[in-house]
Ligand binder design. Structure first.
Ligand SMILES: [Cu+2]
Length: 605
């Protein structure tokens, strides 16, 4: 059956949600409420009429600073009294600062049952967004995305259950919803039923994304054209669940968190906690098709130690122009494995999560009994109290703690195995130093050697010769057809300070191994590493004197070079001179005629 289209007549009367009846709170008949988009510093006037029968409401403008208008902020009983049923109240304030914000009901739990929406404040001036690899021109279109962690019960019931601490909520199939554990060991008391994206979602049988329970339900669809940039302003308006967002076969460029621009960063997955906002850009450079946008909770298992085979959540559709939006999306979810982990970003802290595929799943039994016991304990405590209840509580708590501990241990072991088995490493030479930088392992330390500066047929590159050479078959003596290797010296007499003292000293070197890196590179004329690269050492760029007969290689000599004991005598050989910029075909500025160049050696994961 094709999915229902949202522009059908019922749109403003019915919110499809998960396709079930439920008490909800809608604004102008919509869940989420209308998308509010204004320019920075505009005066906003919003009239709120409470059409509910018995509940008071207020609206909080989450992310707006309300400078000079604190009474417009919305928290009930703090900065205003609730707007009573039948009453009307005008919120009037300046839209500031620019960014992705949201609004939501602030009385009880109404916001988690629909009373929320996007509040976008557009900046007056939009500088282009530059990532390390590209400059993103103006985006073609911006989408607002509001996520709910939806329950078939009301959030109020859930809240009461949570407050009691030991209530049981049922899953769609009547089973008890287990308490869940997230990646980081934190837990939620209940597994969420499904996720809603802009009010639309779908329940999947056994959480299997290939088995939609009611496949006629509309899914949120974002229509895009090929080879354009689109910005997704995403808001987690949920009760308590964190979601991870990914787009099949597309990378996300994260550009803002919680309404604040951040240095753009590319990731496979971004994690968004309740109340948080994240803005990302995707580039639609894939073949025209439908792709799934995945919104999955971060719960990876339950307190009994069971790992979920599939995450809960829902999907939206990224629909390329010319493709039937009802056609099944191609599923190209990146499989995250210990060998090829996915990069996930969470809040302002950029962390690497190794997301692994669960390999086993046990049947969904056993856990319910524990929960029921807890429920009883919670209920009994208010009626009879006493030791019996305390014992049950303690047992419940201990079993939770044990499960968390076990899950943590498992995650730690997995990460450890991952680190140990990911045997990519790089090797580089640190010129001018006897030791390797912290964090890298010395392979050997030695003396720099090379051809003589005056030999026109000399070899070009310097070598890091070991202190304990080994030999093949040889006949000593300098006769015969051979190449020659000499020691190397710093030629720094025309510098001031420390470097000058090194003049004519012999040059040490160290060959270093850096584990868990995939690349190492010398960057001339830089003393800092580019984003994503880590400093190994910095130094001065050096090479042979320009009129010398022998060729040489630009080499990065450590900025704080060591010398070799007893190596101070002008015996010459392979020589290192500082390198000066010469304007002409070399662009000045930025380069400056006669100024020496620095260098940096950096590695990348
Ligand atoms: Cu808020």
């Amino acid at each position: 059956m094709p999915r229902l289209k949202e522009n059908q007549q019922l749109k403003n009367r019915v919110t499809a949600g998960d396709g079930r009846y439920k008490l909800v709170y809608a604004i102008n008949g919509e869940i989420p409420g209308p998308n509010i988009v204004v320019f920075e510093d505009q005066i906003v006037s919003i009239t709120v009429h409470n059409a509910l029968k018995i509940e008071g409401i207020t609206i909080h403008w989450h992310g707006l600073v309300q400078r000079g208008t604190p009474w417009m902020d919305g928290p009930d009983m703090i900065s205003q009294c609730p707007i009573l049923p039948g009453q009307t109240f005008e919120y009037r304030f300046v839209a500031s600062p620019a960014g992705t914000h949201w609004y939501h009901g602030h009385v009880h739990t109404l916001r988690s049952d629909g009373l929320a929406g996007a509040f976008i404040v557009l900046p007056r001036i939009r500088p282009p967004i530059t990532t390390p690899s590209e400059q993103i021109p103006e985006v073609k279109k911006e989408f607002s995305v509001v996520i709910f962690d939806w329950m078939k019960t009301t959030a109020h019931e859930k809240f009461q259950a949570r407050r009691g601490g030991f209530a049981v909520l049922e899953d769609y199939d009547g089973q008890c919803l287990p308490a869940t554990v997230n990646y980081d060991g934190s837990g939620f008391l209940f597994q969420v039923h499904i996720g809603l994206i802009n009010g639309k979602g779908q329940r999947y049988i056994n959480d299997d994304p290939t088995l939609p329970e009611r496949d006629y339900l509309p899914l949120e669809t974002f229509s895009v054209k090929q080879n354009q940039y689109y910005r997704f302003r995403t808001i987690n308006a949920g009760f308590e669940s964190a979601f991870e967002i990914s787009v099949d076969d597309h990378m996300l460029t994260i550009v803002a968190f919680d309404g604040n621009n951040v240095v753009p960063y590319q990731a496979d997955i971004v994690v968004i906690q309740p109340g948080e906002r994240v803005d990302f850009i995707i580039f639609t450079n894939r073949p025209a098709d439908n792709y799934r946008i995945n919104y999955l909770t971060t719960a990876i298992g339950d307190f009994s130690g069971r790992t979920f085979t599939n995450r809960r959540g829902t999907y939206a559709i990224l629909n390329y122009q010319g493709v039937d939006e009802n056609a099944s999306p191609i599923v190209k979810k990146r499989v995250c494995t210990p060998i090829v982990p996915c990069l996930a970003i969470m809040g302002v802290l950029i962390i690497f999560l190794m997301i692994f595929v669960a390999t086993h799943a046990e049947t969904k039994t056993g856990n319910c009994k524990d929960l029921l016991e807890g429920y009883l304990a919670g209920r009994l405590s208010s009626e009879v109290g006493g030791n019996h209840v305390e014992t049950l509580r303690r047992e419940f708590k201990t079993s939770q703690e044990k499960a968390i501990r076990e899950l943590k241990e498992k995650l730690e072991t997995d990460i450890h195995t991952l680190k140990a088995t990911r045997n990519t490493s790089v090797v580089y030479t640190r010129w001018g130093k006897k030791e390797c930088p912290n964090g890298s392992e010395p392979i050997h330390s030695g003396y720099v050697g090379g051809s003589h500066f005056s030999h026109s047929g000399g070899a070009v590159e310097p070598l890091c010769l070991p202190r304990n050479p080994e030999w093949g078959i040889y006949k000593d003596g300098t006769k015969g057809g051979k190449a020659y290797i000499y020691g190397a010296e710093y030629e720094t007499s025309d510098l001031t300070g420390y470097m000058r003292k090194l003049h004519d000293h012999d040059v040490p070197c160290a060959v270093c191994l850096r584990r868990n890196k995939s690349a190492v590179k010398m960057f001339p004329a830089r003393k800092t590493c580019y984003k994503g690269w880590k400093l190994e050492y910095r130094g001065y760029l050096m090479a042979g004197y320009y009129t010398n007969s022998a060729g040489s290689k630009f080499t990065c000599i450590d900025a704080n070079p060591d010398t070799l004991h007893g190596g101070h005598a002008s015996t010459d050989g392979y020589l290192f001179y500082l390198v000066e910029a010469q304007c002409g075909s070399l662009k000045c500025p930025p380069y400056v005629n006669g100024r020496v160049l620095v260098c940096v050696v950096c590695s990348k994961e």
